[in-house]
Write a new protein. Structure first.
Length: 671
């Protein structure tokens, strides 16, 4: 019988190139194996064992086994991640990796960046897991040099891969219908349709509706003994997401992907619970649309080309009846237009040396109905020259990065254009022979992020003279994998990384003329020292019983080292010193039981580490039970989840209470 891990690695696909897979997998790919029955099981948090950059991966069944509603819920299980969650299904959810800030994590969907020049953040709560095949988090950058230039210009990268059709010759089409319901008045139907269109083309279309009232009980306490339970208000959401993707496989070699995406939502913003104010009336509308195409082809021997193009149009409207202007209630409307084009050429010099040259062009423009708005336009040019040398036990990658950013505004003075050069070097070394051995890695990386349009031009707040934030990253780590030949111990996976980061010219908000009018300034400098550990153990028994355990732990000492700062040496806001997670799963034939535990240590809500800013640690425990059954060609799945089973009241962001115990029931049918 083929070992479960060898089978999984053989299906890994995009994570490594063919030459790497051939070295790692002890399988004869030309041979046909007869397998009567194989139970495939993977650890929840997977690693790329050969990558010189730390990588954590969740894919396929791993995602289905998590008690997660959106991509934001799933990334909580990655080490080194702080998820900013403002509560409920419709609340804003952004990710902060290794305390560098949300704007230093770039998000890619099917290999193309999702950009938000307005505020630099991507709301991961908008992306459902219903159509996601894999989520990959890379510290530094993705280890492949065959990627767009923007992939190198990021301190951390989060990749989301949508599901692609996997149909047999007999099955020309497939339909999957899902319906999920539960607490908060949740109603969540979705439909996925896949079909072969001739020998070269296949189609995938997905539509999903989310509707919820967002009401849940929470506990509100104040000094002096005041303690009550209230119901969260104005947390409702109605959203629809639709995607259509056309896949093409060229007869002459190569492939192309064409995608259209649309998201439309209206939601309430429940607001912070302060000064005994429990009700808020702010509303937010979002409409996001993009079309993108990706072409991968070889034009001549030893050559590979990757071309991406994307157009995006984003609209958001924010209404605050409590904030009155001369014209009435505050009603802000923003319109973003974006154009992205990327070309990558890779050449295989010989069997152990590849080089690539990647160039990206990004255009962003922002329009708004704000008073004295600048109407900014940004042209960004990125160039990355990369080299990858790979021998039996040693891999060395180097990158030389250059960027030029041209900023134009219709009104008011603007800052200087930006020119930036950044080096990157990474090394991966295996000191002992064999795949089941220790592998060491290290990298050094410089990167930057531009100030957002809000940082620069927001009325009365923006500062047009802001400089980019620069980061320096140092990482030293190791991975170890062992697969025993016999016994119920199936696999051990361990990953450990120690890192040091520094952020220079950190952009912070400072009071200016008075305490009621703030402005953005380059004043901050942050030093981050951390340690991440991940471990997975899988055990298999007779009669179809499989057990899997995962453990992750993160230590972070992230302090303000700005010269002359009154908070010099204090831990930066919302960064716990200790955090971690534990997951466990048991599979028996068609049944699966999942348990997950997440812990976040004490933090501070403001820069000053004083008692009034102290935020209590929190933890949650989630439990899920699922049943899978194939009836002919129809596959059925029924799942029940109980989240926060101990009904703990907690805040991820101070004064934004999270839900207590809640339930979800999901039924899916695949025909």
């Amino acid at each position: 019988m083929i070992s479960f891990l060898s089978l999984i690695i053989s299906l890994k696909g995009n994570a490594q190139d063919n030459s790497v897979r051939q070295k790692l997998i002890p399988l004869d790919t030309a041979r046909v194996y007869d397998i009567d029955e194989v139970t495939v099981w993977t650890s929840r948090t997977k690693f790329d064992l050969t990558s010189p950059m730390p990588a954590q991966i969740l894919r396929g069944k791993d995602l289905e086994q998590l008690n997660s509603f959106s991509v934001a819920d799933a990334v909580r299980y990655f080490s080194g991640v702080q998820l900013k969650d403002y509560g409920g299904i419709g609340g804003l959810k952004t990710v902060n990796v290794r305390s560098l800030g949300s704007a230093h994590t770039s998000v890619f969907y099917d290999g193309v960046i999702i950009a938000n020049a307005q505020n630099g953040q991507v709301d991961l709560g908008k992306f459902s897991l219903d159509n996601i095949e894999a989520i990959e988090l890379y510290n530094g950058q993705k280890s492949s040099i065959f990627q767009p230039a923007k992939g190198f210009f990021t301190s951390n990268a989060l990749y989301m891969q949508s599901k692609s059709p996997k149909l047999s010759e007999e099955d020309k089409s497939r339909v999957k219908g899902s319906f999920e319901t539960g607490s908060f008045g949740l109603v969540n139907p979705s439909v996925l349709f896949e079909r072969h269109l001739g020998k070269e083309f296949s189609l995938a279309a997905n539509v999903e509706l989310v509707r919820a009232n967002g009401k849940y009980n929470y506990r509100y306490q104040k000094e002096g003994g005041y303690d009550t339970t209230a119901v969260r208000q104005n947390g409702d959401i109605t959203s629809i997401r639709s995607e259509v993707t056309l896949y093409q496989e060229f007869k002459s070699g190569g492939k192309a992907t064409y995608k259209a995406y649309y998201y439309d939502s209206e939601r309430g913003l429940p607001g912070a619970i302060v000064a005994n104010i429990f009700s808020h009336y702010q509303r937010l509308w979002d409409r996001n649309f993009f079309i993108q195409a990706q072409l991968q082809k070889s034009l001549f021997d030893k050559h590979d080309m990757l071309f991406n193009v994307k157009y995006s149009r984003d609209y958001s409207r924010y209404v605050d009846p409590d904030y009155q202007t001369i014209e009435g209630a505050l009603d802000n409307r923003y319109y973003q237009n974006g154009l992205y084009a990327s070309l990558v050429n890779q050449y295989r010099v010989n069997s152990w040396w590849n080089v690539s040259l990647a160039g990206d062009l990004i255009y962003n423009a922002l329009d708004a109905n704000l008073y004295r708005f600048a109407y900014p336009t940004r042209y960004s040019y990125y160039l990355a020259l990369s080299s990858a040398m790979e021998w039996d036990r040693l891999e060395i990658q180097t990158n030389l990065l250059g960027a030029y950013v041209d900023e134009q505004v219709e009104y008011y003075q603007q800052g200087d254009d930006q020119k930036v050069f950044c080096p990157v070097i990474s090394v991966s070394y295996q000191p002992f022979g064999g795949y089941e051995a220790l592998r060491l890695r290290a990298f050094y990386k410089e990167s930057f992020r531009m100030p957002t349009f809000n940082d620069l031009y927001y009325t009365f707040v923006g500062n047009t003279y802001l400089r980019p934030e620069f980061t320096e990253q140092y990482n030293l780590g190791a991975t170890w994998y062992h697969e025993p030949a016999e016994g119920f111990w199936k696999a051990f996976n361990v990953q450990v990384d120690a890192y040091y980061n520094q952020v220079t010219d950190k952009i912070v908000a400072m009071p200016s003329a008075n305490l009621f009018r703030w402005t953005m300034m380059n004043l901050g400098k942050v030093e981050i020292k951390g340690l991440e550990t991940n471990a997975n153990v899988t055990m298999g028994f007779t009669k179809g019983v499989l057990l899997d355990f995962g453990l992750s732990y993160t230590f972070q000492h992230a302090i303000d080292i700005t010269e002359g700062s009154t908070v010099y040496g204090d831990q930066i806001p919302y960064t716990p010193v200790h955090s971690g997670s534990f997951t466990a799963s048991a599979t028996y034939h068609n049944w699966q039981l999942n348990y997950s535990y997440i812990y976040t240590g004490e933090r501070y809500s403001q820069k000053a580490n004083i008692p009034v800013n102290h935020v209590q640690p929190w933890y949650t425990s989630d439990l899920g039970l699922s049943w899978n059954k194939a009836i002919g060609k129809t596959k059925c799945n029924l799942g029940l989840e109980v989240n926060n089973i101990f009904n703990q009241y907690y805040d991820v962001v101070l004064n934004f209470p999270m839900p207590g115990r809640n339930y979800r029931l999901k039924l899916s049918v695949n025909v």
